[in-house]
Design a protein around this ligand. Structure first.
Ligand code: BDP
Length: 705
């Protein structure tokens, strides 16, 4: 008999089912990152997993362990489409997951995954290790890999794996391109946004265990009781995922906040002020991590204001933190306003002589390159030259010099290039990674930081593909031997699609993306063709309050040629490296082309190893770089049926813009440099469709307030 009620119920049920089963039915806004847990489409894999996972057994009880079990439960239920419960003891006649903590397990934050009597056993010596192992298992399943292949043991190579947020109290983010700050300071601590939990989950899933919540250009406001309670509310969420909270501090706080006459690190009153302030912090945040400090850099106060050294400043803070096992992370990003100096040499000159003078709980955090997060830099010469001081690595995830959230750049190759570079400090194989992970100099503390690219945008990072940089940073912080290819494949499968053709195409784009950007932006070792904007091309910029804040300071174009001579005939910065490390760089004939103009002033007519003259090679790079964005667009267009439509459309739009801007960059450089080289653009390349004056006008419009 026809029943309208039955029909309506059936229709509703069908609709609900259709919504659940079709991942593409509703647009993906990117919020879930790589923790999507969409139902596994591969029947063989799903059937095998379904048999293996009938329960999650957790005997211990802590926030972190409970979150590990909860994540597995949420993940498995969604991936397999069946409810799985968390129990205290394994269910005898069924297969399941057993989570255990044991002192004899993998060292540090590590974990192991074993198969025992049909059960999958995740063991770690710390609760956080169990959490990392649980996320690793979910990662494995999301890639539809055979369960047996999950078996193994791993421990992170670096102890402190941190994100540095450059977030300000009023909600803006210095160099942030994904909306405003995630932290809603005005409503904390009373209102705790559930998004903080998702942030913590994302970090824990890739092993990140520390977060500095505020800008290195720090407001002293963060040290007031009012703000400490706000920070404590965040810390309360993060600690449940094994993440410690840190603060950037304003070095002059004893004066500005404490009303003292001085912030001199050798002054007993100033020292006492920090001791008391630190006690107060730990009374509010008992597991507080420590301080990140930018001092005597770009106008920030510091110990040199009182004729003291960086070590004096850091040691004062270290003394206050030591009773609580807190650490000082002191940044080496410094360069004085000396018109005759080479900024390249500044950090080494100020820090190398301080080796061995820092307290035990101090880490000196060094940017990967000697200048400032350029699309390509040689490794900082400080690495290897401070064997008695733990040196931490600072990478930048946010794309300050990499086209903000418009240009698609996968940064893992950039990170790897630096980590794998050989400093030769104790002979061949003294890689930057072996310094940062402490294995070369036996540092007691090890640290790697990424300047975060997250913000309030629904998809966290603005450009959907920039999520991969957050992900790759975490994975490399855990294990710097992973390859950018493997990480790209993994991230794509977790985040975008498991279709093998699409995974391969996306991996291809990702792996070429950084080199493509370098080609149209700063080829052959050019650097800093920007001033204030760090976005629009301004290679002609020649006026500023300091010479090293102009573009011409870096490229040194003249009628003879192009590039910064850093050999003995120039600034001699190359002397800061071990001879074996710099040997190839010293001679223009042997210097690899990607670093040529970093170290040499080369004449326009000089024949390079490519067989082209410098001028022709530059034109070749600028043109192929811009043309390669067309290739990216074409590849991406072919993936329309494999990718969520909303994400596909979003990335297509950004790529179209990137292509326009790559041509903008190409034209700006080529037309500007041509005023010095006086050479024609090789006939195989089309002439720019605008004049130099027109490009300059368009840049001025971009820079207009
Ligand atoms: C530069 C940024 C500036 C930062 C500075 C730093 O332009 O906003 O404050 O680095 O790292 O790259 O301290």
């Amino acid at each position: 008999m026809f029943s309208p009620r039955l029909l309506i119920t059936r229709c509703l049920l069908f609709l609900i089912f259709a919504l659940i089963s079709n991942n593409h039915a509703s647009a993906d806004d990117g919020y879930r990152l790589w923790l999507k847990y969409d139902r596994i489409s591969d029947n063989t894999a799903r059937t095998a997993y379904t048999k293996s996972f009938n329960f999650i057994a957790l005997s211990g009880n802590s926030d972190i362990l409970n979150n590990a079990a909860k994540e597995l439960q949420t993940g498995l239920t969604a991936l397999l489409g069946k409810q799985i419960s968390v129990v205290k003891t394994p269910v005898g006649n069924q297969n399941g997951i057993i989570l255990t903590v044991s002192t004899s397990a993998a060292p540090g934050d590590g974990y192991s995954i074993q198969m025992q009597s049909g059960n999958t056993v995740i063991t770690a010596s710390k609760d956080a290790g169990v959490l990392y192992g649980s996320f690793a298992l979910l990662r494995h399943l999301q890639q539809h890999l055979p369960l047996e292949k999950a078996v193994g043991q791993t421990s992170p190579k670096i102890q402190l794996r941190m994100l540095n947020h450059w977030d300000n109290p009023e909600g803006t983010i210095e160099r942030g391109y994904a909306g405003s700050s995630l932290w809603k300071w005005y409503e904390l601590p009373e209102t705790v946004d559930p998004r903080y939990t998702d942030y913590a989950r994302a970090n824990a899933s890739i092993g990140i265990n520390g977060t500095v919540v505020n800008n290195v250009n720090a407001s002293a406001r963060f040290l007031t009781a009012e703000y400490l309670h706000k920070v404590a509310a965040l810390a309360g969420v993060f600690r449940k995922y094994g993440i410690k909270t840190y603060l950037s501090i304003h070095f002059a706080a004893p004066k500005t906040l404490g009303g003292l006459k001085t912030s001199d690190p050798l002054d007993p009153e100033a020292r006492k002020w920090w001791i008391e302030k630190t006690k107060e912090i730990y009374s509010i945040i008992p597991d507080f991590g420590g301080f990140l400090v930018k001092a005597n850099s770009e106008g920030e106060p510091g110990p040199q204001d009182y004729g003291r050294t960086h070590a004096d400043g850091a040691n004062m803070l270290a003394e206050a933190l030591a009773p609580f096992n807190g650490v000082v992370i002191w940044r080496a990003f410094v360069y004085k306003a000396d018109p005759n100096a080479d900024r390249f040499k500044a950090a080494y000159d100020e820090f190398a002589t301080l080796d061995g003078k820092f307290a035990k709980n101090v880490i000196v955090q060094v940017k990967n390159g000697p200048i400032d997060f350029q699309p390509r830099e040689p490794f900082s010469p400080l690495f290897g030259n401070m064997p008695r001081t733990p040196l931490g690595m600072e990478f930048q995830l946010t794309q300050e010099y990499l086209g903000f959230a418009t240009h698609w750049i996968y940064e893992a190759p950039l990170f790897k290039e630096c980590l794998d570079a050989d400093t030769y400090v104790t002979g061949k194989g003294s890689t930057v990674a072996s310094i940062v992970d402490g294995s070369l100099h036996h540092y007691p503390l090890t640290c790697i930081a990424g300047v975060a690219n997250t913000g309030s945008d629904r998809n966290w990072t603005g450009h959907p593909m920039a999520q991969a940089n957050w992900y790759a940073f975490g994975r490399l912080a855990w294990d710097h031997t992973l390859s950018p290819e493997a990480i790209a494949r993994e991230w794509t499968q977790l985040t975008l699609t498991t279709e093998s053709r699409a995974v391969a195409t996306i991996g291809d784009i990702m792996l070429r993306s950084r080199e493509i950007y370098v080609d149209y932006n700063t080829p052959l070792g050019l650097s800093r063709p920007w001033t204030g904007s760090h976005y629009a091309p301004e290679p002609w910029q020649n006026r500023s309050s300091r010479p090293d804040w102009t573009a011409i300071y870096y490229h040194r174009a003249d009628t003879l040629g192009l590039g910064f001579d850093r050999t003995a005939t120039g600034s001699n910065a190359l002397q800061q490296y071990r001879p074996e490390a710099s040997r190839a760089w010293l001679d223009a004939e042997t210097c690899p082309l990607p670093y040529l103009l970093w170290f040499h002033h080369i004449s326009w007519a000089k024949k390079l190893s490519s067989g082209r003259t410098l001028w022709d090679e530059l034109c070749h790079r600028f043109y192929t770089g811009a043309d390669s964005v067309l290739w990216m667009q074409k590849q991406w267009a072919g993936l329309k049926t494999s990718i969520d439509p909303a994400i596909h459309a979003d990335v297509s739009g950004r790529l179209a813009k990137q292509h326009k801007e790559a041509i903008w960059w190409r034209d700006a450089w080529v037309l500007y440099l041509q005023t010095f080289s006086k050479r024609p653009i090789p006939a195989i390349h089309p002439k720019p469709e605008r004049t130099l004056e027109e490009v300059k006008r368009s840049v001025n419009t971009y820079l207009m307030r």
